[in-house]
Write a protein that binds this ligand. Sequence first.
Ligand SMILES: Nc1nc2c(c(=O)[nH]1)N[C@H]1C(S)=C(S)[C@@H](COP(=O)(O)OP(=O)(O)OC[C@H]3O[C@@H](n4cnc5c(=O)[nH]c(N)nc54)[C@H](O)[C@@H]3O)O[C@H]1N2
Ligand SMILES: Nc1nc2c(c(=O)[nH]1)N[C@H]1C(S)=C(S)[C@@H](COP(=O)(O)OP(=O)(O)OC[C@H]3O[C@@H](n4cnc5c(=O)[nH]c(N)nc54)[C@H](O)[C@@H]3O)O[C@H]1N2
Ligand code: SF4
Ligand SMILES: [Mo]
Length: 731
Amino acid sequence: MAQTSSRGISRRGFLKLAGAAGAAAAVGGGVTGPKPAQAAGGLKPGFESKYSVCDMCFNKCSLIARVQGGVIQKLDPNPKFLKSRGMLCARGNAGVEQVYGADRLKYPLLRVGERGEGKFKRISWDQALDLMAAKFTDIGKRYTRCGFMFMAGSDMQSTFVHRFAEAYGSYNTLSHESMCLIAGTRAFLDTFGEVPIPDMLYTKYVVMAGANRFESLVTPDSMDLMTAMKKGAKLVVLDPRYTKTAAKADEWFAIKPRTDMAFMLAIAHVLITEKLYDKKFVAEKTYGIEQLTKHVQPYTPQWAAEQCDIPAKEITRIARELAAAAPAAMVYPGRRSSNYTDSTQIRRSYAIVNALLGNWDRPGGLTAARVVGLGGGIPFEAPFYEENPEDRIDAGKATLMFPEEGSFKLARDAVLEGKPYPVKGFFIYHTNPMQTAANRSKTVAMLNSMEFVVSMDIHMSDTAYMADLVLPSQTYLERQDPCSAQQGSSACACVVMRDPVVAPLYESKPVFWVMQQVAARMGMGKYFDFTIEQFRDKQLAGLAGAKEALVRDGVYYNPSKLYGVYEGKIYKTKSHKIELFNSRYAEMGLDPMPVYAPPKPGGTARMRMVVGRNAVITQSSSQNNALLAKFQPTNYLWIHPERAQELDVKDGDWVWVKSPAGKQRIQAKVTHGIRPDTVYMATGFGVLSPGLANIYGKGACIAQVLNDDFDSITGNMAMHETWVRVGKEAA
Ligand SMILES: Nc1nc2c(c(=O)[nH]1)N[C@H]1C(S)=C(S)[C@@H](COP(=O)(O)OP(=O)(O)OC[C@H]3O[C@@H](n4cnc5c(=O)[nH]c(N)nc54)[C@H](O)[C@@H]3O)O[C@H]1N2
Ligand SMILES: Nc1nc2c(c(=O)[nH]1)N[C@H]1C(S)=C(S)[C@@H](COP(=O)(O)OP(=O)(O)OC[C@H]3O[C@@H](n4cnc5c(=O)[nH]c(N)nc54)[C@H](O)[C@@H]3O)O[C@H]1N2
Ligand code: SF4
Ligand SMILES: [Mo]
């Protein structure tokens, strides 16, 4: 792959920073892997085809790698994998670059300068593993085992990081989920008793609020929505930005941010007062219609219009249209809910409208997740450590936190405070909180407060850059992974697994091996006394023919009934019904039904910053991929022309953007595609790490500007509670 001149410059800059020549070579520069022939004339006859599973995002689409001479030439979708509807998206295609990209981490690296100075030296794996074992032992002794925190991202091997944490004895484990979807999960769990899968393919009417399905791809929802629309389904999008989804929708309303609950309560008001809701369904399956009827009485469309900037007559019309299309109609549950301090209650209002439409467990509505039947692998008994503290460090700081996920935001605050107890070690795998957690300064401060930080990544992410020990991970195309269960709409519940399609490059290793080796050094070898093959066999033990299907087709289906699954069954809620009124919340002193509070004004000259995605970017992890960087080389601040004019800012001008959390400089994109009271910038730029040569020095870091509020019920990060000021940079 040709190196651009900017790439050359930043690499030289990096060499200078890194100091010692040995260290520089170890981080990135110089040696690159073999090159796919793709660029040089396409696939030649005689290639091998191997199944794998895409890991460019959490969707885990099954794929076929075309391999020649031990080099991946091309990645294609697996036509037998129904969940992706025969698709491998732009990011999926660019997966080849994850393996062969010039910036891959190649060897274990030990920090030799100050944190953030970027000085590392190459060490051997033996040295790295010995050091880890010594630190786990030492920190465990001095601060208890809960003094070491673990965080693993969305990865088929993350289970082994959690296994190690449990065996070692720490309950301080985190995942990306408290920055992603836990408020939405909570809301639907506490309404329907489980998290639904939208039956997009057969739906006739979708209200999509705060989701961007044609850019933020979720399989099969993104493709099924397009198919459903071709068959006549109507899509109404509420988004303060003119996203690609808004562009393809039948109707787009640039809703005022943080007012979706007002919209939903008004929809419920119309459905109830005009008696348009599914009366039979509501009477039989739900709990609390009397309370809800009273509750939504003041929430008229006229009232909501004032709140959310959507005309009352449109709200009324949408409610009537939803009812006419029901039960094949839905308020799309959405995915990411790391938005507001009351995101759980906001998503509860979505769930309640769905319940009124009677769309649960029916074609075109919300369906129950199906049991795939995949086993948990090789069981183990976690030891008990008497001296450990009572609970997680973030325990009790949000009312209904998921104990296995915790809250990154609340855990970080607790580490910074050193209360209720000190946490001084951190193991981070396949996740990059330096870019994906709001308020980067606080993440830096937390890492600086630690005695030992390990980051395992495929390249020098900003998080790795701040670590003491950096471990080179095998990419998904080089490793063997456990099986993973996937769900999605009428595409059936299925299982996928991953075997290496090429031999691993450099000294990269799987995290399973790392955990196994460290465990062995610490006398905990019995917890990892198996191979991945054996682990998978155990997972698949209850699924006759699954292994053969996986080898033959790259996917195993466990067909099961899709609709009417709940006939004769109770809902997994306190009342055993769908809870319009949540009695558990009432007992806990929480609002049993969503109560609307208008957004607090931001003050003069302030705009609300919102986050979002586009189709070629995955959170913070694909920006540096050379094949994708071409399409999104940097980020811009989206700002409405009215506001730009007030600030004398023209398209392309440099501006500063400032919040209580921090300040960045960025170029403006002046566009009618955003409300005048809102600004937006893409995630994952303004990196600190020069090891990301394709993007180093480009764009600005949104994590540096986002305030770190949180949803009070779950501890979900609330990123949209950020008011910023913007000004033109002095020339
Ligand atoms: N290409 C691509 N696909 C992805 C991902 C990716 O990074 N790249 N990530 C995957 C992951 S992990 C997730 S969680 C999903 C996320 O996918 P989604 O759940 O669709 O979330 P976002 O893409 O963040 O879209 C949120 C939208 O809400 C808008 N918004 C902001 N504030 C408000 C508000 O108050 N009200 C309303 N109505 N709208 C508002 C934003 O402008 C933004 O367009 O995407 C998944 N798919
Ligand atoms: N500003 C902002 N913040 C956000 C979001 C947003 O839209 N904007 N979205 C939120 C959401 S929905 C989510 S899900 C989270 C996601 O946040 P993260 O979990 O941090 O996900 P990524 O940003 O994709 O970072 C993944 C990291 O893993 C590395 N990696 C990739 N492949 C491998 C591998 O095979 N092995 C190892 N060891 N490492 C690998 C990548 O290089 C990268 O450093 O972010 C949340 N935070
Ligand atoms: S949606 Fe795209 S990036 Fe995500 S797993 Fe599928 S092909 Fe890969
Ligand atoms: Mo996410």
